[in-house]
Design a protein around this ligand. Structure first.
Ligand code: NAD
Ligand code: IPM
Ligand code: MN
Length: 353
């Protein structure tokens, strides 16, 4: 029996609604497999936890998580309770950084059973590799000078090592896909770090002569995601560019509520963290209508991570079958609840046993 230990952090808002549903689905997946079992350890770290303890997680929180094979997180942030910069730096971003999860992979594809807002989605199937540890999200120099001449300064830090490993990851991924990598850039020199990004991209590309490349300015690229997403295979992007681009990727699929993501630790020293693209959605929290598919598909990425590709693909197929049956939450035009969607997925999975 293959046993996988998972740290579970539902976090805030709809995270608390979609996480139990995704766990239910993973339990069923394990039953269908027969030779796989998950052990879930639950952590209540969230903005509610902060109100009680004045911190987002205990001092030894990372040591506790370190023991597991993976972290399964939903969403962090409840701006009505705790300012975002405190909750995010104290939990989500802290784990990404301390566990050296330097790559964030975020697929987007035309899903069966969901109407893409695009008139011609043309079966697009792309994956954004987002640099996850530096760039515009650097901790260096970020400060606000108050006073009459108020000014905010944020330094974007790009290291050769950081850019190289993200770009390499993209090329390797492309070799197992359709062999094409696009660099998201702003190489007209207005953003000073981007010509550096370009030069690293070009030097990595030389090592992969079998992979075709393209380079697009981020503004144009965001528009191409809308006008011709089918032309993209792998896109490598800096931290902020990747963040924005993947919300566009989610939107062309039909909803941010279905978009999955994985924060990957590539040196094997720490667990990776699986966490959907969406946030805690305070506007719909408590209504029972949050789309659980983003969290469930993120679970599929976790299965892939542990080598269970066949099972992962079966899960994605079952998700699409349920969508084709019209069992959908309101964000994608349906009338079903969060639980109705996950129950339908569980029921279909059980028929495969
Ligand atoms: P959001 O993703 O929470 O919500 C954006 C919009 O998408 C909202 O209208 C919401 O209702 C909708 N939406 C999101 N997930 C959905 C789902 N599963 N089903 C149906 N609709 C869904 O982004 P936001 O409003 O910018 O941020 C809210 C909070 O979440 C903030 O505190 C923010 O910092 C945090 N956040 C956290 C993460 C994370 O933990 N990974 C990601 C993004 C935002
Ligand atoms: C995401 C989120 C986070 C990010 C925030 C909440 C820090 O938007 O995971 O896409 O910007 O990385
Ligand atoms: Mn985001």
């Amino acid at each position: 029996m293959k046993k996988i230990d998972i740290s579970v952090i539902p976090g805030d808002g709809i995270g608390k609604e979609v996480m139990p549903e995704a766990l239910k689905v993973l339990e069923t997946v394990a039953e269908v497999h027969g030779g796989l079992s998950f052990s879930f350890k639950h952590y209540p770290w969230s903005c509610d936890y902060y109100i009680e303890h004045n911190k987002m997680m205990p001092e030894d929180g990372l040591d506790q998580l370190k023991e597991s094979d993976a972290v399964f997180l939903s969403a962090v942030g409840d701006p009505n309770l705790v300012p975002d910069h405190i909750s995010l730096w104290g939990l989500l971003v802290k784990i990404r950084r301390e566990f050296e999860q330097v790559i964030n992979i975020r697929p987007a594809k035309q899903m069966k059973g969901i109407q893409s807002p695009l008139v011609h989605p043309n079966d697009f199937d792309l994956i954004v590799v987002r640099e996850n540890s530096e760039g515009e999200y650097s901790e260096v120099g970020g400060r606000i000078h108050r006073g009459e001449d108020e000014v905010a300064i944020q330094n974007a830090v790009f290291t050769r090592k950081g850019v190289e490993r993200a770009v390499e990851y993209g090329f390797q991924l492309a070799q197992n896909r359709r062999g094409h990598v696009t660099s998201a850039t702003k190489s007209n020199g207005i953003v000073h770090s981007m010509p550096f990004w370009d030069s690293v991209f070009e030097s990595v590309a030389e090592k992969y002569p079998d992979v075709k490349t393209a380079s697009n300015h981020i503004d144009a690229l965001a528009s191409f995601f809308v006008t011709r997403p089918q032309e993209f295979d792998v896109i490598v992007a800096s931290n902020l560019f990747g963040d924005i681009l993947t919300d566009v990727g989610a939107a062309i699929m039909g909803s941010i509520g279905i978009a999955p993501a994985a924060n990957i630790n590539i040196n094997g020293k720490y667990p990776s963290m699986f966490e959907p693209v969406h946030g805690s959605a305070p506007d719909i929290y408590g209504k029972g209508i949050a789309n659980p598919i983003g969290q469930i598909w993120t679970g599929k990425m976790m299965l892939d991570h542990f080598g269970e590709h066949e099972l992962g693909n079966t899960l994605l197929q079952v998700i699409e079958e349920v969508l084709q049956d019209g069992i959908k939450t309101p964000d994608i035009g349906g009338t079903s609840s969060t639980t109705e969607v996950s129950d339908a997925i569980v029921t279909r999975l059980k028929t495969l046993k």
